[in-house]
Structure formats: C-alpha cells, structure tokens
Design a protein around this ligand. Structure first.
Ligand code: COA
Length: 567
C-alpha cells in the first residue's frame, strides 16, 4: 500500500511506524504537518491509499479526511479525547492505559474506532511510556487496521459513550496549575507523579532559589529527608529536594528566563546556589553489577546524551570493569536510550560550543578506543532502547551488539548540519557492512529497524521481546557466553583480528582523519553544524520535510518516474 505518515515530527513513534511499514513492503512517505496547504499538496503528490497520523497537534484539513482514510494514533483508551492523554493518565494514577486508532473527521479525537489496545501503566515518565508502551501498541493498532483495509468490508466502530467498554472521557489540556507541586502537602509519590506527567515536555513550573524553573527527570530517594521543599543535597547532575515524607532527586531543569532556556543538568543550572550542599550517593547515572562471570555496566544518561564528563566517568567505570575477574562485559546503556552521542545541550550552553564539541567528541572517542582494544573480555552492547548518531557507532565498538527488536537506530550524523562524525565509524562501519552499504547508510539518513540492522551486520542479535523481558533474556545469553567453551577462542580470534587491522591501518589514523573533518565542522567557515545544533536544542520547528523521507517530494525520483513513462 502507499501510506503517507502525516506527522508533527519524525519522532520515535513515527520512525518506528516508518520502519515497520517499509519492512512489510509498503511504500511509505512522510510529510510534516506544517500547514494545511503543505499537507494537501503532499497528499496530491503522493496519492496515498492510506494516511496515518502518528503524532499531530492540529486537526487534519477537511479536504484531506473527506477524500482519504486518515487514521489518527491517539495515546489514550477508547473514549479518551484531548491533547494531554498521557499526562492525565499519569496524574490520575491510571493502572491501565491504551492507544486508540481513530478515523479523522470534523471533530478532534471523536472519529470511528479502527483498533484499540491497552497496556498496564509503568511508573515512568510520559516520554518513556510514549517511547515504549504507546509505541508498541500504536504499531499493533496500525497493523491491525491495515489488515482490515486489505481484507475489505471492515466497519469501524462509532464512538458511543453508552457502550460499556468506553471508559475514557474528553479532557482538557493539562495546565501548569494541574501539576503544580505543593511542597508542604504533596508526598514523594505525588511529586514524582506530577513531574513524570510533564517529562519530557513541558516540565513542572516551580521556583528554586528565587528562580522560575521547569522540573524534569525526577527519581525516588530512599533515605534522605529535610524541611519540605528545601534542597538538601547534590549528586552528579541532580539536586535532592525534601518532601513531606522523604525526598526526591531532580536531574534536569529548564530555566526559561535564563541565558540557556533549555534542559540542563540541575547542578549546572544551580551551580552557585548548590555549591555548598553535601554530595550524597543519589541516584547513580553509572552503575556496575556482576553475576556469573559477567559485568553489567549501566549508564542512565538523560535522553542518551553523553557529555565530556559523563564519557570520562564511564571510561573510568569501564576500566574498572575490565580489571575484574569476569569474562564478559555488557554495556547496558539506559533503559530508554543506549546513547545519542554528543551532549548537544551542554555544548550549546558552553562558553565556546566549538571547543566543547571538540572535547566531547574526543572523550567519546577515548571511550570507544578503550572498548575496541579490550583484550581481556568479550564486550557486548545491549540496546534496551534507541541509539542515534555517534551512539550507534559507540555501541558498535563492542565485539557484539545485541538489541531488543523494537529498537530504532539512526546510524548517521549528517542531519546535524552535515556533521562528519567520529567514534571510529570509518573503521567500524565498513568492516561490518562493506564500503558501499556504509555510504548508503550514512548518506541515506534513514532510521533503521533491528531486523535491517541485523541483516546488514550492524547488529549481531535481535531479541523479539518486550522492554521488560529483554534484560533477563540478554543476561541469560551473556552468562551462557561467559561459560562457553569457545570463549577463549573467541577472545584469541578478536585479538588476532585487531592486530591485523592495526597493521593494515592503525586505529589512530582513522581517528585523525575523522577528527580533521570534525574540526572543519566545529571551527570551519561553514556554520551548518552550529545552526543545526541550535535549531535542535531550541526545538525550532522544521519548515519543510527532508526529501530523504518525503519521497513524494524527491524530484529525482519524480523525474525518473516521468522518464520511465515516456520511454
Ligand atoms: N544531546 C542532547 N539532547 C538530545 C540528544 C543529544 N545528542 N539526542 C536527543 N536529545 C534529546 C532531545 O532534545 C529530546 O529532548 P526532550 O526530552 O526535551 O524532548 C529527547 O532527547 C528525545 O529526543 P527526540 O529527538 O525527541 O527522540 P527521537 O527518538 O524522536 O529521535 C534521534 C532520536 C536520535 C533521531 C534524535 O534525538 C537526534 O537526532 N538526536 C541528535 C543526535 C546527534 O546528532 N548527536 C550528535 C552527534 S554524535
């Protein structure tokens, strides 16, 4: 089928749908819903059999829905309506929530129902629920609806609040007043729920040391306490704030009135105000555990962004993992993202973004080199969540890459203002996929599903299981590898291969060549990288859809088609 994804952004959900639909042989094109004229034009150019709207903030133009089947992914149960579906579900402490696929009509979220799915709610941020449970359910509902369309004769169910299974109701936009924290009354669970309901966006508006800040990235603290509302400790990026029955950690803040009005580590935003506070154990961004000959290194970096200092700390933790008497090291990343490469927000906030970019890429490279040259252990990158740009190649630095099947990879840098990229990708990628495919992947700038990554050799194993199950499955496999009689041979073979590669071309040459190109990105005349980073960090809306995904706007393809017709 020809399927047009009409979406506000090519976000995790729309990327996953894109990958799943392409994989099933559908012809998929994407248009950003910038305004009615652009969307109508896209429909006219592509002439889709079906329009799917995975993530929309406005109603679809009548001209489109009146003439085409448009299915809208609503992150709510049957009957739920409104722009803050997940926010309310978290705030109201719903035990189960869902996704409903509605046919667009004149009334927002009130169209006929094509499919619906429910899932148990997890104690997690809105963004995490969206990237995991909502995305999985959305994919299933869209595939179900496509099945109905292909079979024909399906009648979608009109929304009728009299039906006993319609539990949802229309709800307004969540306002800051709805999630405002009353530090004198709210217990830790309530505070966590309020912050999670607005995380990633918009955060909870609050005041800290006389400054208006939005709170993000909240975590439970098991033992500390103090006067409710008071900031009592710091740890890594986070500050600890007392509640009526304990305290919570706040990892990130957005000071909308400040010089850098985007999300930054809390201890960076409040550096002066919190300098005197005691350092506590906090919630560790990096943690290590060991079992049955396997060391597991977790790095829960918010949004998968890895700053210079985070890379340095991770490198130390990796060195210490290597010194242990184990056989396998699993690089676990975080539960939502494995890594998204350079910490673009901290770079944007630096006195010299070019210098900070340089220091950051060198710190990632140092870590990548240590992983590549590890001779004592078999290393595995275990992708519980997505990885993008340098994060993908950092994962590939390990001997093996194992991924959960729903994971999406973006193994390319060019979208960030033609960034050349480093992390030894010029060594790692062609070696795995060959030169020709390496060019296609890095130039194509498309998201890649686990299945395709596996076929290309970018991923070594793909586990078809849910988010929760993945960790236990991979632990079992890693622990089997640690006792595998072939382990020594595997290690010997990798040492031999590395030595041969080094003879052919030293690792340092790859790094030098990549960094010479990166230097131009950071310090050269062309400001594209700095502009793209600014737009990314400040979330400047896109003014057009890239032709890499808006296939109906790809003039080259269009002229090919015309050429074929003529010949
Ligand atoms: N630095 C800082 N923040 C980052 C980041 C990075 N490298 N990568 C992602 N984020 C943040 C986003 O700003 C967003 O923030 P929010 O919580 O305020 O919404 C959040 O992580 C989720 O990212 P989003 O883009 O919404 O996720 P996605 O799953 O839709 O898209 C990517 C994933 C990887 C395609 C996209 O985030 C991306 O292009 N990141 C930049 C990668 C990059 O160029 N890194 C530098 C070169 S190594």
């Amino acid at each position: 089928m020809k399927i047009l994804l009409l979406t506000q952004a090519f976000n995790s959900l729309s990327q996953r749908l894109y990958v799943e639909l392409c994989q099933r042989g559908h012809q998929v094109s994407v248009e950003f819903d910038i305004n009615d004229r652009v969307s109508i034009e896209a429909v006219a150019l592509f002439r889709p059999d079906l329009i799917v709207a995975p993530f929309l903030k406005r109603a679809i133009a009548r001209e489109i829905w009146a003439n085409h089947i448009c299915l809208v992914v609503h992150p709510g149960i049957k009957g739920d309506r409104g722009p803050s579906a997940l926010d309310w579900a978290i705030l109201n402490g719903e035990r189960h929530w869902g996704v409903t696929l509605l046919q667009a009509n004149a009334e927002m979220d009130a169209g006929d129902i094509w499919a619906t799915e429910t899932f148990p709610m997890r104690q997690a941020t809105k963004a995490s629920l969206y990237r995991n449970e909502v995305t999985e359910a959305a994919v299933r509902t869209v595939l179900t609806a496509i099945g109905h369309l292909q079979q024909g004769g399906f009648e979608p169910e009109p929304l009728d609040y009299a039906n006993h299974d319609v539990r949802g109701t229309p709800r307004p936009l969540v306002r800051q007043a709805d999630r405002a924290i009353d530090w004198r009354r709210d217990d830790s669970q309530t505070v966590l729920r309020k912050i999670r309901s607005g995380d990633g966006f918009p955060g909870v508006a609050d005041r800290l040391f006389g400054r208006d800040c939005f709170l993000h990235d909240a975590h439970h603290e098991p033992s500390l306490g103090g006067r409710p509302g008071e900031v009592i400790a710091r740890s890594g990026p986070a500050i600890c704030r007392a509640t009526v029955d304990g305290s919570i950690w706040i990892g990130h803040l957005r000071d909308s009135q400040g010089a850098h009005p985007f999300k930054l580590p809390a201890t960076r935003v409040l550096a002066d105000e919190t300098a005197h506070l005691p350092e506590a154990g906090g919630y560790p961004e990096i943690s290590y555990r060991e079992r049955s000959g396997v060391g597991y290194l977790h790095f829960h970096f918010y949004n998968g962004a890895m700053s210079r200092h985070q890379c340095e700390r991770l490198r130390e933790a990796f060195a210490s993992a290597r010194s242990r008497d184990t056989r396998v090291i699993v690089l676990m990343g975080g539960s939502d993202f494995w890594s998204n490469g350079l910490h673009l927000n901290l770079i944007e906030a630096a006195a010299s973004p070019a210098d900070e970019s340089w220091l950051n890429i060198n710190a990632i490279n140092d870590l990548a080199r240590d992983i590549i040259t590890t001779q004592s252990h078999v290393t595995i990158s275990a992708l519980q969540g997505n990885a993008g740009a340098g994060g993908v190649f950092l994962a590939r630095a390990a001997d093996l890459v194992w991924a959960r099947s729903g994971v999406i990879l973006n193994p390319h840098y060019k979208d960030m203002g033609n960034l050349y990229g480093s992390e030894y990708w010029t060594y790692l990628l062609p070696k795995r996929v060959g030169d020709e495919r390496a060019v296609r992947i890095t130039q194509g700038r498309l998201p890649m599903g686990c299945g395709e990554a596996f076929e290309l050799g970018l991923v070594d194993a793909c586990f078809a299981c849910g988010h929760g199950e993945f960790v236990s499955v991979l632990e079992r496999e890693a622990e089997l590898l640690a006792v595998d009689p072939g382990w020594e041979e595997m290690l010997a073979e990798k040492i031999r291969r590395r030595a041969m590669d080094e003879l052919e071309r030293p690792l340092e040459r790859y790094r030098e060549q990549e960094l010479s190109r990166m230097k131009r990105n950071f310090y050269g005349f062309d400001p594209s990288y700095h502009v793209a980073r600014y737009n990314f960090v400040y979330k400047v809306p896109k003014s057009r859809t890239p032709v890499t995904i808006a296939r109906h706007r790809d003039l080259r393809r269009a002229s090919d088609r015309i050429g074929k017709k003529r010949s």
